[in-house]
Write a protein that binds this ligand. Structure first.
Ligand SMILES: Cc1ncc(C[n+]2csc(CCOP(=O)(O)OP(=O)(O)O)c2C)c(N)n1
Ligand SMILES: [Mg+2]
Length: 568
């Protein structure tokens, strides 16, 4: 029999299509409805790596982080029913992060639909609001084109998750290439090729030149401009163009999400530490690659210390991402690297109205903030101040370390005090703010960056969502350093509740709980640190250990991260 006449089941066809889109790893948790996808992965040439986890949420978070780190789409495979519903928060996280992610799922058989098969649930209506598209493949012949379309759609601007479930008949059923050819390239019933999914979209449109010139004019008029770089600048491959534009235009920069590291920590234009003054006193704020959401004051800037409201420019990778809830002085949409190159050209070097003291003032504010915190970064207080952990950690981090934050106050401190040296080295959950990303993100980071340090910062509350997946790290031989800021409370809830009500409830955890022993029991290693003087040594042992290692630092529950907003 020629290869042409060799039948291939839907699972093998799905794996083949995923591989054509660059997928190297399938993240999953087993279920009979998806066995053929495993069979397809095992028998592919070369086989596709399968990373099997302990909770579907971890599988999807791992696929999401793979995409955010490699900028190539991630793949999670979920079994029907509870497998899918367990993945929903992570799929939603990808939706909020604009992450190119494909989730393939099993589905009860079409032939028995309505008769009460095991885990018979019509998934797409559940997933539709949080995906670019959610639909079903009903026959083996549908699978390849549908998976192909799912990846094209997930990867096209504005990126996001795509969900496809495959009925039992379609995933187990086999079809030959010859039969497929004879059938012709007919689209499967009910499938409409989305214009967004067309491969031609990949290059992306150059933003409208007039819009870019308009922004250049606003820049020329601005006395105190600020540029905010968000996650999409990295995801869209615009980090070099963004840095070049910021440098040639001399723009103070604030980094947000995965925009962190585009200007390395210590860069003279990086003023994230003076964020409140920069955004409060600016007269022009250009936000690129980030939504104007709660993290950015809903797009209202200026007005601080008597300054007038700032003009706001929003730049996004796709038109439908441009803010409509606030007044914009300018906007542009499309390929972000092209945007920055065109802006640098259009604006030129001259900025006649720029206040000579603007950047020096911001730099001075950064300097003052750093000096004000220097004491806490070295604090000997017992229980430890969370900042002492960051004082010790920064001294041991290599420039390409991947740092992941999963938690409340503990991670807010990290966002403020750890300034990445390279882009693509920082992962927070993004605007959906879902706790529990930690182990999934860490698994992905270890695989995506085999040589780099991977550090997972965990609040003790956050740790509870995914710590069981240390088992996955151990089984797959993935060494990660975990640092738990163990204040014995849901800090980011306890303190605000006390502030609002004068008391708190449902906000306490076990003080000094031995999360390090959980990791040890699962086959990793760890230690409890109660004396801040021991933090540095414990971190060194963790980095040297070559195994999943949790440094469990008891921190001060009285300490509340000084925040001006809870995001509500
Ligand atoms: C899935 C999920 N559940 C609940 C919350 C609400 N929440 C936000 S921060 C937080 C407290 C986190 O506590 P911990 O991880 O211990 O960090 P800490 O604030 O104590 O440093 C909670 C419960 C959330 N963001 N996500
Ligand atoms: Mg806590």
């Amino acid at each position: 029999m020629s290869a042409d006449q060799q039948p291939a089941h839907g699972g093998a066809r799905a794996v083949g299509a995923a591989r054509r889109h660059g997928v190297q790893t399938m993240f999953t948790l087993s279920g009979g409805h998806v066995f053929p996808l495993y069979d397809g992965a095992v028998k592919a040439d070369p086989p596709m790596r399968i990373v099997d986890v302990r909770h579907e949420q971890t599988a999807v978070f791992a696929a999401e982080a793979t995409a955010r780190l490699t900028r190539s789409p991630g793949l999670a495979v979920l079994t029907a029913g509870p497998g899918v519903t367990n993945g929903v928060s992570a799929i939603t996280t990808a939706h909020f992060n604009g992450t190119p992610l494909v989730v393939l799922a099993g589905r009860a058989p079409d032939s028995r639909w309505g008769s009460g098969s095991l885990q018979e649930l019509d998934h797409p209506p559940l997933l539709a609001p949080v995906t670019k598209r959610a639909w079903t493949a009903h026959s083996p012949a549908d699978v390849s084109p549908a998976v192909d379309e799912a990846f094209a759609l997930a990867s096209a601007r504005h990126r996001g998750p795509v969900f496809l479930d495959i009925s039992l008949e379609a995933v187990f059923g086999a079809v030959t290439d010859q039969a497929l050819r004879l059938e012709g390239e007919r689209p499967p019933p009910g499938r409409v090729r989305s214009p967004q999914g067309a491969a031609a979209d990949q290059a992306g449109e150059r933003p409208d030149p007039e819009a870019v010139e308009g922004i250049a004019r606003l820049l020329a008029e601005a006395e105190r401009p600020v540029l905010v770089l968000g996650s999409d600048v990295w995801l869209d491959g615009a980090e070099h163009a963004a840095r070049a534009a910021a440098e040639s235009l001399g723009l103070p920069v604030i980094a947000n999400g995965q925009g962190r590291g585009i200007l390395p920590g210590g860069h003279p234009l990086l003023v994230t530490r003076a964020r409140a003054i920069a955004l409060g006193q600016a007269d022009l704020v250009i936000v690129a690659g980030a939504p104007l959401d709660f993290r950015l004051g809903y797009g209202r800037f200026g007005g601080r210390d008597g300054a007038p409201a700032a003009r706001v420019v929003h730049v996004a990778d796709a038109k439908d991402q441009l803010a409509t809830h606030c007044e914009l002085a300018g906007s542009a949409a499309g390929n972000l690297a092209a945007f920055f190159a065109d802006l640098a050209d259009a604006a030129g070097a001259g900025s006649p109205r720029r206040a000579a003291d603007w950047l020096p003032r911001l730099r001075q504010a950064c300097q003052q903030a750093a000096e004000a915190d220097a004491g806490l970064l070295r604090s000997d207080a017992q229980p430890a101040h969370p900042l002492r952990i960051y004082g010790e950690l920064t001294a041991q981090l290599e420039p390409d370390a991947v740092v992941i934050g999963d938690g409340g106050d503990f991670v807010s401190y990290a966002g403020k005090y750890l300034e990445p040296q390279q882009p693509g080295c920082w992962l927070d959950p993004g605007p959906y703010g879902c706790l529990g990303t930690g182990l999934g993100y860490a698994i992905a980071a270890r695989l995506a960056r085999p040589q780099a340090q991977v550090v997972l910062l965990l609040g003790d509350g956050a740790a509870g969502f995914s710590l069981m997946d240390v088992d996955t790290l151990v089984r797959h031989g993935l060494a990660v350093v975990m640092v738990c800021g163990n204040n014995g409370i849901w800090g980011l809830e306890k303190h605000p509740m006390r502030f609002l009500y004068g008391y708190d409830v449902a906000a306490d955890l076990q003080p000094g709980c031995r999360y390090d022993q959980v990791v040890t029991a699962l086959g990793g290693a760890g230690e409890l640190v109660t004396d801040p003087a021991g933090i540095g040594g414990a971190l060194r042992r963790a980095f040297d250990s070559g195994v999943p290692y949790l440094v469990n630092v008891v921190t001060d529950p009285q300490d509340a991260y000084p925040r001006s907003t809870t995001g509500v």
